[in-house]
Ligand binder design. Structure first.
Ligand code: HEM
Length: 414
């Protein structure tokens, strides 16, 4: 795919295609969405690498799709949740790629993992690990925040959620990277859908051994045990087992990881907000949702129209691919005041689309917020300054809004 111009103003409207992963790797997508929101909020893109699709860019239209799941399907069989279709013989259903009633039955099996009481039980462990990771960081030396902090902390969390063998926990990170990689990116861990499928099959083998062990034991409070004992999940076919495990690994990993990196970057780009935070650490409560809005760790979710319908004055046909661009809805000035500014004390900071909405709204949203809150509380106690000392390298993807690396330095205390 050829590089698209930085500024979308020079492109004829009907040629605007926001699916190009390069736009997100280069961080140059803003003017595209600004123009679409203003001139063509429900935009038909007749040609793209992923076929024709509707680009939905306003907050209110995205909400409309989210709450009308009877019309806008997530089902793997009708197309799933990404603009890119999975190859027909490799479709891996999971409950994010299901409509009711099966979606609801399977979601119910795992949702107790993030019940308020369980979150409260996990808080001390999360804090202890966060302190350990932060205390081990070098001073006066450049290091990669993604590797040393974001990946480390989210991998530990995943190992806990699955009760996965601790020493092997980086396998979880690897599988997560495999699952979301754009196979055309040079740095991707896999370079074809077949390779991805083969690696995820290996993941399924490892997980199946643990799953079978847990099935034999009494129910416990980890995701594998919950799936193994859940009526709607105890007998999943292989592809569905692969799909649901991938969902839970990716869900709990990349998104939170990238918020940990993107939040630090945002504070370094808005130093007056960082000062405000240092002066009043209680602002962490509203800082966290603002980070999640500002970073928007999931770029889009896709639906497929089950019937002819109308959206924003446009006629949507049965079978059309409809893509909700969260990165755009979160920057819609009709929904969020001064949306391009990072403001850590916004009045209604949780009003954003980063977790989606409706029946598929992120299961782990409170856990992600808890992890980020603890991280920032502990950073503020230790490090008044963390300097971003070089360019943050972003992921080549139109789905996960991520960072590959970000060099930082913690100055020696005076
Ligand atoms: C900042 C962190 C996170 C972000 C931005 C995020 C974002 C999302 C989004 C956009 C969806 C789809 C919503 C929709 O279609 O309406 C989703 C669903 C989901 N997320 Fe998250 N997520 C995060 C953290 C987590 C964590 C920590 C977990 C696991 C513990 C998790 C597990 C899931 C699951 C299982 C679903 C599927 C829900 C369903 O289909 O009913 N997420 N998430």
């Amino acid at each position: 795919m050829t590089a698209q111009p930085r500024d979308a103003a020079s492109i004829p409207l009907d040629k605007i295609d926001v699916s190009d992963p390069q736009l997100y790797q280069d961080d140059t997508y803003y003017s595209y969405f600004e123009r679409l929101r203003r001139e063509d909020p429900v935009h038909w893109c007749p040609e793209s690498s992923y076929g024709p699709y509707w680009a939905v860019t306003k907050y209110k239209d995205i909400m409309h799709i989210e709450v009308n799941h009877g019309i806008y399907s997530s089902d793997a069989g009708t197309g799933g949740i990404q603009i890119e279709d999975q190859p027909k013989d490799m479709v891996r259903p999971s409950f994010i790629r299901m409509d009711p009633p099966r979606h609801d039955e399977q979601r119910k099996v795992v949702s107790p993992i993030v019940a308020p009481q369980n979150l409260a039980n996990m808080e001390a462990t999360i804090r202890e690990r966060t302190c350990l990771v932060l205390d081990g960081l070098p001073r006066n030396e450049t290091f990669d925040w993604v590797e040393r902090v974001s990946i480390e902390l989210t991998t530990m969390m995943l190992a806990t959620l699955f009760d996965f063998p601790w020493e092997e926990r980086r396998k979880l990170t690897y599988w997560s990277d495999v699952a979301i990689a754009n196979v055309n990116a040079p740095e991707a861990p896999v370079h074809s859908e077949q390779e991805r499928f083969d690696e995820l099959k290996k993941m399924a083998e490892t997980m199946a051994a643990l799953f079978n062990e847990r099935a034999k034991g009494p129910p416990k409070f980890d995701l594998l045990s919950m799936l193994a004992h859940g009526e709607a999940t105890r007998e999943m076919p292989l592809l569905e087992f692969m799909g649901n495990l991938t969902l839970l690994i990716v869900g709990g990993n990349d998104t939170t990881r990238n918020s940990m990196t993107g939040g630090l970057l945002a504070l370094s780009q808005f130093p007056e907000q960082h000062r405000k935070l240092r002066d009043d650490p209680a602002l962490v409560t509203s800082l966290v949702p603002e980070i999640i809005r500002y970073v928007t760790p999931v770029i889009h979710m896709r639906r497929t129209a089950r019937e002819d319908t109308e959206l924003g004055g446009k006629e949507i046909r049965k079978g059309d691919k409809v893509v909700m661009w969260y990165v755009s809805g979160n920057r819609d000035p009709d929904a969020v005041e001064d949306p391009d500014s990072f403001i850590i004390d916004r009045p209604r900071p949780r009003q954003h689309l980063s977790f989606g909405f409706g029946i598929h709204r992120c299961v782990g949203n409170r856990l992600a917020e808890l992890q980020l809150r603890i991280l920032w509380e502990e950073i503020l106690k230790r490090y008044p300054v963390i300097e971003v000392v070089g360019e943050a390298k972003r992921t080549y993807s139109n789905f996960i809004h991520g960072f590959r690396s970000m060099p930082v330095r913690i100055p020696m205390p005076n």
